[in-house]
Design a binder for this molecule. Structure first.
Ligand SMILES: C[S@@+](CC[C@H](N)C(=O)[O-])C[C@H]1O[C@@H](n2cnc3c(N)ncnc32)[C@H](O)[C@@H]1O
Length: 248
């Protein structure tokens, strides 16, 4: 079973389901950018957020492990007339000859790094890639959010023209500490006829924000702000999401 793979049906579903990032989310990430900045979005996916930067002619690069998500991002970028650099890479394989003023990871994607060594490697790489005084912004799903997980299976669908993708997510399975697996089945129908089925297992790690603060400080990051939403509500410790704004 493929884990956190983002294959073709998952990518198609993602784009049909989330065609555009909400304005307050985009504005939040844009608010840290300046036109002369070199910007990097690791785990950029199909460009839901990155495309907004490209349209405003920011110097932004992205990388993602999924060829399918990146290819969607590339196609959408070309439509905007921009040709920003995209790389298929993980935190293990990504490299850059230059450093960045601003790095961000959108939609708590960092929680897909469920192994401690993977997460550590990612944070260390970002620290290395960040210029002194640069800004790193990302979010985590907290243990508070884990408590609210729906225990029942879920069915969702997304349509475009004569295509429909049906997603069935099994009852979540609680794995190792604070890691939850969501076994997902994607079925593509065209004109009502089943064309393809793909399965993926999504593993998400929920974090204790207090422990995360300690980890970030140990790595050398300085915490500038912690928000609980994109409208800059201050994170008080018990909300579902913690958005970190860090510097080096
Ligand atoms: C939920 S999607 C979000 C994409 C984008 N951040 C957004 O907000 O639309 C998570 C993305 O993380 C990518 N990803 C997962 N593990 C990764 C890894 N180890 N290195 C790089 N990308 C990874 C997936 O391929 C996928 O495109």
């Amino acid at each position: 079973m493929k884990k956190n793979f983002y294959g073709s049906l998952c990518s198609l579903f993602y784009d049909l389901d989330k065609p555009a990032a909400p304005k307050n989310e985009v504005d939040f990430y844009l608010s840290f950018a300046k036109q002369n900045y070199k910007i990097l979005e690791p785990m950029c996916g199909s460009g839901r957020v990155l495309l907004n930067f490209a349209k405003l002619n920011f110097d932004i690069e992205g990388f993602d492990i999924s060829a399918e998500m990146l290819s969607r991002c590339k196609q959408a970028l070309l439509k905007t007339g921009n040709n920003n650099k995209l790389m298929q890479a993980s935190f293990k394989t990504y490299n850059s000859l230059h450093k960045f003023d601003y790095v961000f990871i959108a939609s708590s994607s960092i929680c897909l790094l469920t192994k401690d060594d993977e997460l550590l490697q990612a944070l260390k790489l970002i620290y290395e890639l960040l210029k002194k005084g640069g800004i790193f912004v990302f979010g985590i799903e907290t243990l508070q959010d884990m408590l609210k997980i729906k225990k029942e299976p879920q069915i969702r669908q997304a349509c475009k023209d004569k295509s429909m993708v049906k997603l069935t997510i099994d009852k979540p399975i609680f794995k190792e500490v604070n890691v939850v697996s969501y076994l997902s089945r994607y079925k593509l129908f065209e004109n009502g006829k089943l064309i393809e089925t793909q399965e993926e297992d999504f593993f998400i790690k929920y974090h204790n924000p207090h422990e995360f603060d300690i980890l970030l400080s140990e790595l050398g990051f300085k915490i500038l702000h912690k928000y609980s939403d994109y409208n800059l509500a201050v994170f008080k410790g018990h909300e579902d999401m913690c958005l970190y704004v860090l510097t080096k």
